[in-house]
Design a protein around this ligand. Structure first.
Ligand SMILES: Cc1cc2nc3c(=O)[nH]c(=O)nc-3n(C[C@H](O)[C@H](O)[C@H](O)COP(=O)(O)OP(=O)(O)OC[C@H]3O[C@@H](n4cnc5c(N)ncnc54)[C@H](O)[C@@H]3O)c2cc1C
Ligand SMILES: NC(=O)c1ccc[n+]([C@@H]2O[C@H](COP(=O)([O-])OP(=O)(O)OC[C@H]3O[C@@H](n4cnc5c(N)ncnc54)[C@H](O)[C@@H]3O)[C@@H](O)[C@H]2O)c1
Length: 445
């Protein structure tokens, strides 16, 4: 039976990084994936999505400038959008395997389970390791509603070659909203059924309310406080039943995507045989990304209980897990995590929302404004721009920053520097930035 110093489950951002670090440190490393190598971000997530989004951004920019420099009709050709992203993603599995091969990492394919804390089995193969790293990520939450078998997932979105007339998303979170904006700009009639009272639940309501407004202007039907209850096939179409205020309503669509969230990918692993404790958020780990119940086991990336399911966090966690395996104790130090929903305009945030700030009992000042009339938005005729910054009255540190704009995902990075490196709001505003730029607007926040 083959034995490794380290055996890793999952070849995404987290698994690949741990493999790299451990192999570099001279350990014998094996890795397995139950799908093609490379993980979510590069093949079925961030990267292909942003490649597809490039067309929406170009269309939006051109449409906004029509009559002020741009002439003629412009439209999205979806099959080209699909092919553009496909061309990029199709090379990822081979490139990932090649990268791991060059590192001397043993590559396995299949889905297996733990026999005990030392032994992993898949198919006819059993192997042992001193340490196991679980980096299996997340997968779409299975909605327990009648007709759930008709629902498509984000993976299917990336295989969509033809666009139908109508598409409905169950869930107005990151995935639902990002995809909605792309499809609406490609001419699809989009409906979003969201159970919460706002879209994008983790974000500040002030900025998200602007997003709702501009999504509706784009033609997207947003149904809030509406919980999907059932899906029925009706000829070539589907009927989605949803409950709102205790009453059942229905809407018809050609395709329905389940974008109701993602859950840790751990079910098949039989981690209980290895004494590894899990909960709803994933594998329960300590600040070393080590299982709290079995020190042979590490978990990092989306599948760890400390996850915020974002690629930069998967990388950060993987680095810490790898350092603990190769060098000894390296604890995770909590950081402020910026995040952006890639709608057009983008919604970005870091730190506390105003509601969360109130709950801390701290004294704080709130700076907020609808900045849609400012130069940067007027220049590109983009419409929506607003911000809210929450500043600790005592320390002057930024507690939270929230922006909706065409470049919010970049501007929020400036706040990340300030918050993660103890720069007060005042010093941030005194910093020299290029002009005219979005960063320079922070001076006027
Ligand atoms: C549509 C979409 C868009 C996204 N956009 C962004 C974005 O713009 N920015 C951002 O920061 N984040 C984004 N994310 C989140 C980001 O993709 C994840 O946070 C990141 O990919 C997680 O990396 P990971 O290595 O933890 O897991 P993954 O990349 O998911 O890797 C897990 C790997 O484990 C494998 N695996 C699963 N189960 C098993 C098993 N039982 N046995 C063996 N292997 C297994 C999987 O096949 C996969 O290859 C997006 C996610 C989605 C779905
Ligand atoms: N730009 C990015 O960084 C990006 C993009 C995509 C995904 N992600 C990551 O992936 C994770 C998963 O994204 P997601 O969009 O799948 O999940 P999400 O948690 O962001 O959104 C799911 C939404 O579905 C709603 N919902 C759940 N059940 C429902 C029901 N029965 N009826 C109606 N609405 C329902 C929830 O209230 C929530 O608003 C995110 O948390 C994020 O960390 C990040």
């Amino acid at each position: 039976m083959k034995h490794y110093d380290v055996f890793i489950l999952g070849t995404g951002t987290a698994g690949k990084l741990v493999a790299n670090r451990c192999a570099d440190a001279g350990l014998t490393v094996g890795i397995i994936d139950n799908r093609e190598y490379g993980g979510t971000c590069s093949q079925r997530g961030c990267d292909p999505k942003k490649l597809m989004l490039a067309s929406s951004e170009a269309l939006e920019a051109a449409r906004n400038m029509k009559g002020d420099g741009i002439t003629g009709d412009i439209a999205i050709n979806w099959i080209d959008v699909y092919n553009y992203a496909r061309r990029y993603a199709q090379d990822i599995p081979d490139n990932t395997e090649e990268f791991l091969k060059e590192l001397g990492v043993d590559r396995h394919h299949g889905e297996g389970y733990f026999v005990d804390e030392k032994t992993f089995r898949y198919g006819d193969t059993s192997l042992t390791a001193d340490k196991f790293v679980i980096a299996t990520g997340m997968k779409p939450l299975e909605l327990k509603i009648p007709g759930a078998e008709h629902l498509l997932t984000s993976d299917d979105f990336f295989n969509l070659k033809d666009l139908p007339e109508k598409v409905l998303f169950i869930g107005g979170g990151y995935v639902g909203m990002e995809f909605s904006h792309m499809l609406a700009r490609a001419g699809v009639k989009v409906t979003v059924v969201e159970q919460g009272e706002q879209l994008l639940p983790p974000f500040e309501k002030y900025t998200v309310d602007f997003l709702k407004e501009c999504s509706e202007e784009l033609g997207i039907d947003i149904l809030l406080n509406s919980q999907a209850a059932a899906v029925e096939k009706d000829g070539d179409r589907f009927i989605v039943k949803y409950s709102k205020d205790g009453i059942l309503h229905q809407v018809t669509s050609d395709l329905i995507f389940n974008t109701a969230g993602r859950v840790p990918s751990i079910k098949q692993l039989q981690l209980e045989n290895a004494g590894v404790v899990t909960d709803r958020s994933g594998i329960v780990v300590n600040e070393y990304f080590q299982s709290t119940s079995n020190e042979r086991f590490y978990a990092c990336g989306d599948v760890s209980s400390k996850n915020v399911p974002l690629t930069p966090l998967s990388g950060l966690e993987a680095n810490i897990a790898a350092k603990n395996i190769t060098e000894g104790k390296h604890a995770f130090i909590p950081v402020d995590i910026p995040s952006v929903a890639f709608t057009i305009p983008q919604v970005a945030g870091i730190g506390l929302t105003e509601k969360q700030a109130k709950a801390t009992g701290k004294k704080f000042k709130v700076f907020f404004q609808n900045a849609s009339g400012w130069f940067n938005t007027r220049r590109i005729k983009a419409g929506c721009y607003a911000y809210k910054v929450i500043v600790d009255e005592e320390t002057r540190m930024v507690l939270g920053a929230h922006i909706i704009s065409h470049e919010a995902g970049e501007t929020i990075n400036i706040f990340s520097v300030a918050m993660n490196h103890d720069i007060t709001f005042q010093y941030l505003q005194q910093t020299i930035f290029t002009y005219p730029s979005w960063a320079n607007d922070i001076k006027s926040f």
